[in-house]
Design a protein around this ligand. Sequence first.
Ligand SMILES: CSC[C@@H](O)[C@@H](O)C(=O)COP(=O)(O)O
Ligand SMILES: [Zn+2]
Length: 219
Amino acid sequence: MSFQPITTEDKARAFDELREIKSLFASRGWFAGTSGNLSVRVGDYAPEQFHFAVTASGKDKSKETPEDFLFVDQTGKPVEATGLKPSAETLIHCEIYRQTGCGAIFHVHTVFNNLVSERFWERRSVPVDGVELIKAFNIWEEEAHIDIPIVSNYAEIPRIVPEVIERLDSRIPGILLRKHGIYAWGANAFEAKRHIEAFEFLFEYVYRWELLNAGVAGK
Ligand SMILES: CSC[C@@H](O)[C@@H](O)C(=O)COP(=O)(O)O
Ligand SMILES: [Zn+2]
């Protein structure tokens, strides 16, 4: 396959998409303490060769600056001269692109995604039963049951990658890192946004449902 060079317009579009999502998610408090990262793939794709725009590491993601994003290749290395460091979790993005061929990946830390990842850690997945928003994942069965995978949260990111590969479920466009956050992806930024919003809705639902049942059981 011959790869077309990425145009200036492609790059500008990717940065615009990331800027818009970053500002929206920041307004929801989804980037507490510089946490979270975002990426959008650009140009042609083969599992062994692709490029994506990713958030720079350690930035206050509620602020807009000229140094918020950079381009990297399939190994997570910057493709242009830059003083910026890609997200510390870029290798997870690389692997999700490689495994799924998706077009955008968003990662956020929220209290609900952290709580449910710990509540269901022993079963290594969060069960969700029959909630309408499961349809956001293009799962249209009535009373669908899904299990959202949870993997270990090692300090060294390369150690997390094999578990991510092992636990990816082609039906479920997301994976939880234990007491860390969610990675959600989609064919493009629009779909990845729909997916991460649906996951966060479901995590809050599961959390409240567990609490409600604990309260009833305690009476
Ligand atoms: C500051 S806590 C969050 C980080 O450890 C990490 O998990 C994270 O999501 C953000 O890292 P970053 O390198 O800015 O992409
Ligand atoms: Zn993180």
